[in-house]
Write a protein that binds this ligand. Structure first.
Ligand code: SAM
Length: 406
């Protein structure tokens, strides 16, 4: 236990009581567990299993993610092709609990580098609109690369502070995910460098940031919509405490019980002197379940409300000449009948931002005044009227689109 700060050891012993020895045994005596989640926008689980040299073991909370052993999947060409995401196993519970549906308007407010966003995108089947936001520029680049690899069509990437999103957009989202920056106690086993950052004061600072993010995130949920709060840390201040704080400030939110399944332990209201309903939040412990550890709370805004209407407005920039150049490119390059309707040259979803051509979701909210990195599916770039396709276009197309054309 010597590698861990004494204050951390003391507080985990106090919180876990008789469970503490098995917690320390898992943290110190066992290797981190690796996971892989299949990109069902590109390949089914049954198609993937015979083409991998790895051993996949199921996880209780998802059908499309597995514990993985064997070959290093990170350097495999299938990784570059976006067939899967390497993700810590307990992290895969989060998007399953938010459970976004095709056609909804969804916000991932702390999205980089995109593990959970890619999972949300698969569940939405490229229908509706998914706004993936992160305030930190360097991390947004990693997010954009991962979403490009994933081949999403309906994802908008913004780089904003939650307050500005709340001020500009208001309560329009069917579902919002806050996968909050945290003290990362659940990453200690796989990333021991994180241990050095930990102090009791760091936990308090993280809790203050989380309270602020949750406050603004709640303002973005439509009446009747859902909010998921998650972290990869164990401290009650950052978990049950953050949820208690929000519920005290927003009486129009309630905790929704999460379906019970093996490996999901209840949250503990007593740790924060909070309401009994906190037992309906979920903890995934490294000594009780596959993975490094997560906390997840599902909340709903209680008033009745209806869905956000279609808001997409065609680009204000004239597209005439450029549309013709894009049409010529499509005719020369693809089996046009297999091109997704969103990217069709005649379609109303084509929209120009600067010299970039995007296909934008019909549910895309008005993003005026916000710092937007990508407005949807980036199809390519114009140099005057000459069209150069983007890598994102190729990554988002099914392979038959190219067949007989190469
Ligand atoms: N959801 C990501 C995934 O699954 O790959 C991981 C998100 S990570 C736990 C937390 C993210 O919160 C970081 O990318 C960080 O840049 C971002 N962040 C930090 N401060 C923030 C703030 N005030 N508002 C929103 N996001 C913030």
């Amino acid at each position: 236990m010597s590698a861990f700060p004494p204050d951390f050891v003391e507080r985990m012993n106090r919180l876990l009581g008789e469970d503490a020895p098995s917690f320390w045994k898992a943290l110190e005596g066992q290797p981190p567990q690796k996971g892989v989640r299949i990109n069902t926008l590109k390949i089914t689980v049954d198609e993937f299993k015979p083409i991998t040299n790895t051993t996949l073991s199921p996880l209780p909370w998802t059908d499309i993610g597995f514990l993985v052993e064997g070959e290093d999947l990170g350097s495999h060409p299938y990784h570059a092709a976006g067939l899967y995401y390497l993700q810590e196993p307990s992290a895969m519970a989060v998007a399953e609990i938010l459970n976004p549906q095709p056609g909804e308007l969804v916000l991932d407010i702390a999205a980089a580098p995109g593990g959970k966003t890619t999972h949300l995108a698969s569940k939405m089947r490229n229908q509706g609109a998914l706004v993936a936001n992160d305030p930190h520029g360097g991390r947004v680049q990693a997010l954009a690369r991962n979403l490009e690899r994933w081949g999403t069509h309906h994802t908008v990437i913004t780089q904003e502070r939650p307050q500005r999103l709340a001020d500009h957009l208001g309560p329009i989202f069917d579902r919002v995910l806050v996968d909050a920056p945290c003290s990362g106690e659940g990453t200690f086993r796989k990333d021991p460098g994180e241990i050095k950052k930990w102090t009791p004061n760091y936990v308090q600072r993280c809790a203050a940031v989380q309270n602020e993010i949750l406050w603004y995130a709640a303002q973005l949920v439509r009446p009747g919509g859902y909010l998921v709060y998650s972290t990869c840390t164990f401290s009650p201040e950052e978990n049950e405490g953050a949820v208690k704080h929000l519920l005290q400030a927003r009486s129009d939110f309630k905790i929704v019980p999460i379906t019970k399944m093996p490996g999901l332990s209840p949250g503990n209201p007593d740790w924060v002197n909070g309401p009994r309903s906190l037992e309906n939040t979920v903890r995934i412990w490294p000594h009780k379940a596959p993975g490094e550890g997560h906390f997840v709370a599902l909340m709903q805004r209680t008033q009745e409300g209806s869905r956000h209407p279609e808001t997409f407005k065609a680009t204000s920039q004239p597209l005439t000449q450029k549309r013709a150049a894009y049409r010529d490119f499509v005719n020369e390059t693809f089996n046009k009948e297999l091109l997704p309707a969103l990217a069709a040259p005649e379609g109303r979803h084509l929209t120009l931002y600067g010299d970039r051509l995007y296909a934008a979701s019909e549910y895309m909210p008005s993003l005026e005044g916000l710092r937007v990195r990508h407005w949807g599916w980036w199809l390519g770039t114009f140099n005057k009227d000459r069209f150069t396709p983007s890598h994102a276009l190729a990554m988002g197309l099914p392979s038959p689109c190219f067949q007989d054309r190469l």
